[in-house]
Design a protein around this ligand. Structure first.
Ligand SMILES: Nc1ncnc2c1ncn2[C@@H]1O[C@H](COP(=O)(O)OP(=O)(O)O)[C@@H](O)[C@H]1O
Ligand SMILES: [Mg+2]
Length: 299
């Protein structure tokens, strides 16, 4: 009896590990890659003649021109949004909950079709962009990322199977996750997900960011992607990110204003409209909506 019990104890983790790796393989068939919400089915009616943008030559310029949008059956949510994001620049979208920030992210990612106006990436209407180009060029990190049942390494390699161990480490250092990973007994081979080590919200977010960075997108949309981190870790990560991904266009959707003050451009939204645009200093100088948000953020 005792022997059987011992055997069970010994074999259980092995079976569990085997099962986990089978699950990872199964999931790999279901989704070709991890795209956060980019792998949700796009509702865009394609305009014929898909245009392919090459990741090596893309500038990453994003332009929203007089965009209006409402969810099916809903009242008008976004009205006349115009935002010009030069390639390689860092833009922040801020505003109260419900002002439409996440929806703007969805539209740039091509998840829904705009009702009026258009969105361009390097002057190509995203409705004309091939779906492969879309997922190749764009990277999305959402507030509540999806982890696979597998090891940390498997979760990372899933995004870019060609990545070397050195690349995994370098990228995990940028996202301030490496030191934590190596403090775990099994390090990069630690199983996570339902059957493994339970990551905290902030660790999950950093893993998701690492995964997205490994795919080397030209444009990254981060929707409250570091919201679960404490202010100091968030700021350090933001500095490391800006230093290491210089030529990547970043669109940061943020609630906490302290993290976005160094953005090249801050877009302030209120009730589905853009109410102000400018740098932190310009908006402070204006002493209007952003200045008020900042004031209430401090209290
Ligand atoms: N899939 C959806 N269908 C219908 N309404 C939605 C959907 N997603 C968001 N909304 C609504 O759109 C509004 C703006 O939401 P959202 O873009 O998430 O704002 P924010 O990110 O600024 O908080 C909210 O009132 C929300 O209820
Ligand atoms: Mg949101």
């Amino acid at each position: 009896m005792a022997l059987i019990a011992l055997q069970e104890q010994l074999t259980f983790p092995l079976q569990e590990l085997l099962r986990t790796s089978i699950e990872v393989r199964k999931t790999r068939v279901l989704f070709s890659r991890i795209f956060e919400y980019l792998d949700m089915p796009s509702q865009i009616k394609k305009i014929s003649g898909a245009i392919v943008l090459n990741k090596k030559t893309v500038r990453g310029q994003v332009k929203l021109e007089n965009v209006s949008f409402s969810y099916e059956g809903g009242s008008l949510l976004l009205s006349d949004i115009t935002i010009d994001i030069p390639g390689g620049s860092h833009v922040a979208i801020v505003g109260a909950t419900g002002s439409g920030k996440t929806t703007v992210g969805y539209l740039i990612a091509g998840l829904y079709e705009v009702d009026k106006g258009a969105i361009y990436v390097d002057s190509v209407d995203i409705r004309k962009l091939s779906s492969h180009s879309r997922t190749d060029i764009l990277g999305v990190v959402s507030q509540d990322p999806y982890l696979l049942n597998g090891t940390i390494k498997e979760n990372l390699l899933f995004a870019n199977p060609q990545a070397t161990d050195q690349e995994l480490v370098t990228t995990a250092k940028i996202t301030k996750l490496h030191d934590f990973i190596v403090s775990l007994p099994l390090q990069y081979d630690t199983p996570i997900g339902e059957h493994g080590y339970r990551f905290s919200g902030g660790e999950k977010q950093r893993l998701s960011l690492t995964r997205t960075l490994l795919r080397k997108p030209s444009i990254i949309i981060m929707d409250e992607a570091t919201s679960a981190l404490d202010t100091i870790t968030e700021r350090n990560l933001s500095i490391a990110l800006n230093e290491s991904i210089n030529n990547v266009t970043t669109i940061t959707i943020a609630h906490r204003l302290s993290t976005v003050r160094h953005a090249d451009q801050i877009v302030v939204m209120n009730r589905g409209r853009v109410v102000e645009k400018g740098t932190h200093e310009e908006l402070l100088e204006k002493n209007a909506y952003y200045a008020k948000l900042l004031e209430s953020d401090k209290s």
